[in-house]
Write a protein that binds this ligand. Structure first.
Ligand code: HEM
Length: 433
């Protein structure tokens, strides 16, 4: 197999490479009728993400593109709505809550490892690990969100995946104004899947509310859904917080869908790329097996080379000053995370090499390493994702040795996230306990 090159910016962002060579660190280009500024200076990125998180947010186009599967959840909210939702959602990701979720993560990983052992025993010599990781993270998020209604949760998430695919397909067919309202085949299917998702979610929610409010329990539960409901109740009984039951239910449904959308594929990709990197760097695999704390550095290096979210898009909602720049209302700003993570100027000559040691000495200035964004609007599930990745990789590495298969073709592509086009094929050897 050819050696694997991590020098992927030219392949994934060819226009960025050409324009940055021609015009330097900042440039504006037209994306259809939208003027878009590409921002790569780390001090400006830091300022934008930390100081202007409410003046620059998610655009109407982004919101429209994702409204069928995440509605008005945290990821796409702006202004007061975002602020209010972040206060409800953030307590679900504090240290004490994460400890409870760790149990779900371990249980689901055990099952996945058993299926790997079964596959090896049946003589399967090669496995596509991306598929296993994707099913595992879907399983974990279903269990963490809905605990006892876990199977219904899995059904919901299956439908959400179908919905996402239908939306992507329909967007390729709709090309005249207002056509999204036409009762086309895609629009009818989208509507019916969406209705089914909402019906299932509402059933889970209603059951949970009945249990807690008709007296069988004092709390809504310890899973993510329970924590959100408890937080809503706490806020409602506090001062000045007015929300109708219908809106509250809608909001909780949107957050549940958002967690799945924002947290399932991103984490699966982090795991898949990390397995690829460890499979092609056996020395690091052995090192991590001996000293599991090294995993942190390996995961960071994987997030640097293959950040699942390759770009951070923002839209200016009002005029503001960013460093020496005047940002006018309506300007779209793109932070090309992938290119920043691969900048030789920021990371040095070995920028395209897998070298987890670069994360041994902290701190590194923020603005240069931003796989989870930064500032008040950073990824609310960051600690959840890091804990999940560490648990899964630590369990995998103590049970198996793995090598990259000669059938693996290194072909990263961007389809919203950075994915391996043909999956990651590995060969597993069980380790005796
Ligand atoms: C490796 C895994 C993950 C990566 C790389 C990642 C990355 C990101 C990034 C870059 C953002 C900022 C997006 C933007 O503002 O444009 C974000 C936001 C968000 N993420 Fe994650 N994420 C991961 C896992 C998760 C998980 C596990 C969850 C939930 C269970 C989650 C929930 C969210 C939510 C709700 C937001 C919106 C936060 C806000 O706007 O206040 N993410 N994530």
């Amino acid at each position: 197999m050819d050696s694997i090159s991590h020098d992927i910016v030219g392949r994934l962002l060819p226009h960025f490479l050409t324009w940055s060579q021609d015009y330097g660190k900042r440039f504006i280009y037209w994306n259809g009728i939208e003027p878009r500024m590409c921002l790569t200076e780390t001090h400006l990125i830091k300022e934008l993400l930390s100081k202007y998180s409410t003046k620059a947010g998610k655009s109407w186009l982004q919101q429209r593109g994702s409204k069928h599967f995440i509605g008005r959840g945290l990821l796409m909210a702006n202004g007061y709505d975002w602020h209010h939702q972040r206060h409800i959602v953030a307590p679900a990701f504090t240290g004490d809550k994460l400890k409870v979720y760790a149990g779900y993560m371990v249980d689901c990983t055990r099952q996945m490892l058993q299926s790997l052992h079964d596959a090896v025993e049946l003589g399967q010599t090669e496995l596509e690990i991306g598929g296993y990781m994707s099913r595992l993270t879907a399983d974990i998020i279903s269990r963490t969100e809905f605990d006892c209604s876990y199977e219904k949760g899995q059904q919901i998430f299956h439908l959400l995946t179908v919905l996402q695919r239908l939306c992507a397909q329909s967007s390729r067919h709709l090309c005249f104004p207002g056509s999204r309202f036409f009762p086309t085949k895609y629009n009818r299917e989208i509507k019916s899947v969406k209705t089914e998702v909402e019906r299932l979610l509402m059933e889970i929610l209603q059951r949970r509310k009945d249990c807690a409010e008709i007296g069988r329990g004092s709390s809504y539960g310890n899973d993510l859904l329970g924590v959100l409901l408890n937080e809503m109740r706490r806020k409602k009984s506090g001062n000045g917080f007015v929300i109708s039951l219908r809106n509250m239910m809608q909001l909780i449904m949107d957050e549940c869908r958002t967690f799945f959308f924002a947290g399932h594929e991103t984490t699966a990709l982090l795991l898949t790329w990390t397995v690829m990197l460890l499979a092609t760097n056996p020395k690091w695999q052995d090192k991590v097996r001996e000293e599991v704390t090294e995993l942190n550095m390996v995961i960071n290096e994987s997030l640097r080379l293959y950040p699942p979210a390759s770009v951070l898009p923002r839209m200016a909602f009002e005029d503001f000053k960013l460093g020496d720049l005047h940002i006018p209302k309506g300007l779209s700003i793109w932070i090309p995370v992938l290119a920043i993570h691969h900048s030789e100027e920021l990371w040095g000559k070995d920028v395209n090499e897998f070298n987890p040691n670069r994360f041994a000495s902290k701190p590194f200035s923020s603005g240069r390493f931003i796989p989870f964004a930064a500032g008040p609007r950073n990824c609310v599930g960051q600690s959840f994702a890091m804990m999940e990745a560490k648990i899964i990789l630590a369990m995998l590495i103590t049970q198996f040795k793995f090598a990259i298969s000669e059938n693996y073709r290194h072909a990263p592509i961007i389809v919203l996230t950075v994915k391996p086009k043909f999956g990651v094929q590995i060969r597993l050897t069980p380790l005796s306990s």
